[in-house]
Design a protein around this ligand. Structure first.
Ligand code: HEM
Ligand code: HEM
Ligand SMILES: [Fe+2]
Length: 459
């Protein structure tokens, strides 16, 4: 580790992995509830499990991004972090606030939680992904501001690189678009309109900047390819991401009561959104092929290439599948959406965070790379989780196609629940595959505890 303050990343990464574990468990609970309707009822109803599953996902990714920034920014800036103490304080504030929120979700009826936490002052709760109580949302803003202050000061006081500026821009964008979670007009059309400014402009906008910067950072390190080459790729990728992604928001405005022209704007621009994701794949493979050194951390390189491929499949291919208005007319809000949501979130953001963890954690722990044995276990984890996610996506896609047929296309359309019963077999398969995903995740955690001589590059 070049700068001792980079060590704070470890706290953030540990919390991220812990929350990821909880997310998977709730996913499995819900997956079972899909086929055994009263499983754990009334202790953990489906709607609560879903809220915790998705909120934990977002929170662990945020921990991951912050941890990554605390490592990447000092190294790029050639400068110690402005205030490691602030980073530590904010970590505990965020962790405690997050934990209390989850306890609140699980222990209290949601309406009671809303009452207790000031939702009557400014109503922001009750919307998917933005279910957090007002005080939690304010807490997130405070943590984000402190974090941005800390890393911006670090960048300002040191070397400015393309990677650190793109990372900074992405993180500022993340915080700014979160402010739209406080916008909640009574009119449902307007509410939905602004809601996507958080959800879509995050994952198909500013988060792509964060992802691109992290990928570029790791690729420079493991391949030794010139910074100039890598940064040129990064600029082109983020330009495409913003050009397509911003107006691409229109693919969520088809059926919410927004003006009809969005069907054209949304279809045309979002159809081009796979381009930056495709470029990320080509980028990763190209740089690894042109590598000028062998890095002993083989598994980090595997994660980086895997991120490229899986992000393109999940976001690019599965996104394109239902993004044109005439297709979305049938697929909207079905299991096709869930299939895409899973592979895109895992393939892009979960995997890029794991790429960063895989590259940085050995260094934080005092070696360039983990032992061969630890890396082999981590590779098993990579393949088990990634292949499981591919199958989860395929099963949900099959369920989705049947669902659409039975419920929306057939001559005598079935009611929602009747159609769900017909596709139960795919939900069982999804659940079994989810268990394999969990096994992969357990191996991943185990790989951190496997000791041995650090791997070296064969001479
Ligand atoms: C491994 C076992 C997992 C299972 C069994 C599972 C199951 C589920 C279920 C049943 C839902 C609710 C779908 C609905 O509302 O009908 C859901 C939602 C969701 N899960 Fe998972 N999940 C798992 C892992 C993951 C992972 C690893 C990620 C991402 C990294 C993820 C991301 C999401 C997202 C983004 C949603 C919301 C999807 C939407 O709004 O369409 N899940 N999951
Ligand atoms: C990594 C990037 C991406 C992530 C994490 C992501 C995630 C998601 C999630 C979770 C949803 C469900 C939202 C809800 O609950 O209603 C969704 C919806 C959608 N996504 Fe993505 N997405 C990504 C990229 C893309 C791209 C590139 C496209 C188009 C090419 C796309 C097209 C769509 C469409 C059309 C919907 C609406 C589905 C519906 O009408 O039900 N997504 N996405
Ligand atoms: Fe979108």
């Amino acid at each position: 580790m070049k700068y001792s303050s980079q060590a704070v990343s470890q706290l953030y990464f540990t919390a991220a992995i812990g929350l990821f574990a909880g997310q998977i468990l709730l996913g499995l609970i819900m997956g079972l509830q899909y086929v055994v309707g009263d499983f754990l009822f009334p202790a953990i109803p489906f709607n609560i499990a879903r809220m915790v599953h998705t909120n934990q996902l977002i929170v662990w990714l945020l921990f991951g991004f912050m941890g990554a920034a605390y490592y990447l920014i000092p190294e790029e800036s050639e400068n110690e972090l402005y205030s490691p103490l602030l980073a530590k304080i904010l970590f505990w504030v965020f962790l405690v606030a997050g934990a209390l929120t989850i306890v609140g979700y699980l222990m209290l009826p949601y309406a009671r939680l809303a009452e207790l936490t000031g939702n009557n002052l400014l109503a922001t709760m009750g919307r998917e992904f933005l279910e957090q109580p007002l005080i939690t949302k304010i807490g997130i803003v405070i943590v984000a501001l402190g974090f941005l202050f800390n890393i911006s000061m670090t960048v300002l006081g040191g070397r400015k690189t393309g990677i650190s500026l793109v990372m900074l821009l992405g993180l500022w964008g993340l915080a700014i678009f979160f402010l739209f979670s406080f916008v909640n007009p009574d009119n449902l059309v307007k509410d939905k309109f602004w809601w996507w400014w958080v959800v879509h402009l995050w994952v198909e906008g500013v988060w792509e900047l964060i992802m691109g910067a992290m990928l570029a950072f790791v690729l420079i390190k493991v391949t030794g390819v010139d910074r100039e080459v890598i940064e040129k790729w990064l600029y082109v990728i983020i330009a495409f991401a913003l050009i397509t992604g911003i107006i691409g928001t229109g693919h969520h405005y088809y059926w919410i009561g927004a003006p009809g022209y969005w069907q054209w704007w949304g279809s045309v621009f979002s159809a081009m959104e796979p381009i930056p994701f495709f470029m990320m794949t080509v980028f990763a493979f190209n740089m690894v092929n042109r590598r000028r050194r062998e890095h002993p951390n083989k598994v980090a390189t595997l994660w980086a290439m895997g991120t490229g491929v899986m992000a393109f499949l999940g976001a690019g291919v599965w996104g394109f599948l239902h993004t044109l208005a005439p297709v979305n007319y049938y697929t909207h809000g079905t299991q096709i959406t869930a299939a895409h949501g899973h592979m895109a979130f895992y393939g892009a953001y979960a995997m890029v965070v794991m790429t960063m963890i895989s590259y940085t954690m050995p260094i934080i722990r005092g070696r360039e790379a983990n032992s061969e044995r630890a890396q082999i276990v981590e590779m098993w984890a990579f393949w088990l989780m990634t292949i499981s996610m591919v199958f989860i996506t395929l099963f949900l896609t099959a369920a989705g196609i049947l669902q659409i047929w039975l419920q929306r296309v057939a001559e005598t359309p079935m009611p929602f629940m009747a159609a769900q019963d017909q596709v139960a077999m795919f939900y069982w398969l999804r659940e079994v595959t989810g268990v394999v995903f969990l096994i992969g995740f357990i191996l991943y955690v185990c790989s951190f505890f496997i000791k041995g001589e650090p791997a070296k590059v064969a001479a």
